[in-house]
Design a protein around this ligand. Structure first.
Ligand SMILES: [Zn+2]
Length: 453
């Protein structure tokens, strides 16, 4: 446990690669807001944009560079003078600027996209890095489509850019093609064969087309990469990039396998995820690891009971460790008595064992019929079961307002006729939901949350 842990640089590209994904474009103000959150999250590098791509991108990079001062701010450029100069123009006021230059190296890209020979590719990469180095000390080079590039040629290009002054070599799996063992081997090959590599940071940039982006990034780290490029919620081109929260939490939950540390503040992860989703209007996949709304939800009764007794029974990390206020217990058909009791308490009612048994029996019957029992059903059921005169178990006063508010139960008074009042604007964590998109859809998602514990 006392062994030294290697520090991994977390390079966040939510504002660049992530922003390129369909439906995820952001305006300058939104990018600035997110950049501040990334700063709070503790990422080491923020790739703020691709300045030559548009006036808006240029202005956003410039604005972020001027106000977000702790992390390194990177700007992307193709391997040519106008791009590099434009990127530098946007970055030059940053406290810690980085020029990120890329050039494709695979045969297929050279032949069909760039229409240049391998020799021309090496020269262009070298010249571009020389120019970048004249402007900025911190220069990253990415051989685009590295995983489909002949390894000999890849090492030749990398050697040339190291000689020209690159300080980080990023190895992109641009098309999401590689698999962990192969990608780890590629990193090992680069470490063995590129001259001068000892003083260079090797980075991994993985895409998720085969669902292996995070596994590939971790394999690269195991093979000696010391920077990972990733995005919040794994957004990015096509199937997305490696997800920041998954990489970071894999390292935290399995330090026995991944003896590395990052500067990421786990408790800020959920806020970052929610903010991104709110800004873009793109909801997080419900079963998304770490940040999905079901990531800490337990529906099966046996799981619910276990979690309530001791979270470690079914949770490998606490929701609090990633900034989620509490586990969510989804009350459905498979819910247990213990979970039902807790939910009643949160709605403001406490019952002794016998009364709870009674309610539980009715709850199970109802759940059989309607599948998902909502708060207003439960309240109705409580009222029916415990008519003031007939019951030996009077309703106990509602819980303190703070606790009730925490579960979004604004009033302890049953209102059986209509759905339990709850603003459609917030989820179970009290976090505002995106205002964009299909509001009816949001509504149904909201109903799931009503059963949060
Ligand atoms: Zn990418």
């Amino acid at each position: 446990m006392t062994a030294e842990r290697a520090r991994i640089t977390v390079f966040d590209t939510t504002l660049r690669d992530g922003e390129q994904s369909p439906g995820c474009s952001m305006n300058q103000q939104e990018k600035l807001r997110l950049a501040h959150q990334l700063d709070r999250l503790g990422v080491d590098v923020i790739e703020a944009g691709f300045p030559i791509a548009s006036e808006g991108d240029f202005e956003s990079v410039k604005a972020i560079a001027s106000v977000v001062r702790r992390p390194i701010i990177a700007g992307l450029a193709r391997a040519c003078r106008p791009d590099i100069e434009r990127a530098w123009e946007a970055l030059k006021d940053a406290a810690r600027p980085r020029l990120h230059v890329f050039l494709a190296t695979s045969d297929i890209h050279l032949q069909y996209k760039l229409r240049i020979t391998p020799d021309q590719c090496v020269e262009q990469a070298r010249e571009a890095i020389r120019l970048a180095k004249l402007l900025c000390d911190d220069v990253e080079f990415s051989p685009e489509d590295a995983t489909r590039t002949d390894p000999d040629f890849l090492c030749r290009v990398l050697g040339a850019v190291v000689e020209a002054g690159a300080t980080t070599l990023n190895i992109p799996d641009t098309v999401g093609y590689t698999i962990p063992a192969e990608f780890g081997d590629l990193i090992t090959t680069i470490r063995q064969r590129v001259k001068g590599i000892e003083n260079i940071t090797i980075s991994a940039h993985c895409h998720n087309d085969l669902g292996m982006a995070v596994a590939n990034a971790l394999a690269a780290v195991a093979a000696g990469a010391r920077q990972v490029e990733c995005t919040i919620n794994g957004i990015g081109e096509r199937a997305g990039n490696a997800s920041l929260e998954e990489i970071v939490m894999a390292m935290r939950v399995r330090p026995d396998q991944f003896a590395y540390e990052t500067g990421v503040v786990g408790e800020q992860i959920f806020a970052a995820s929610q903010m991104l989703s709110e800004i873009t209007g793109v909801p997080v996949q419900p079963n998304k690891a770490i940040t999905g709304r079901n990531a800490f939800a337990h529906e099966a009764g046996i799981h619910q009971d276990g979690v309530l007794k001791n979270p470690l029974t079914y949770e490998i990390m606490t929701p609090q460790s990633v900034g989620v206020p509490d586990s969510i217990l989804v009350l459905g058909k498979h819910s247990g008595r213990h979970a039902l009791g807790i939910r009643c308490e949160q709605l403001g009612y406490q019952f002794d064992r016998r009364a709870l048994d009674d309610i539980y029996r009715r709850f199970v019957r109802l759940a059989d019929k309607i599948k998902k029992v909502e708060d207003h059903h439960l309240l109705e059921l409580i009222r029916d079961t415990h008519k003031p005169s007939g019951s030996a178990t009077p309703l106990i006063e509602p819980l303190a307002p703070a606790k009730a508010a925490a579960v979004n139960a604004p009033s302890p008074v049953p209102e059986p006729a209509k759905p339990f009042p709850m603003g459609p604007q917030t989820n179970a964590f009290g976090v505002p939901l995106p205002v964009h998109g299909d509001s009816r859809h949001e509504q149904t998602q909201q109903e799931d949350y009503l059963w949060g514990v």
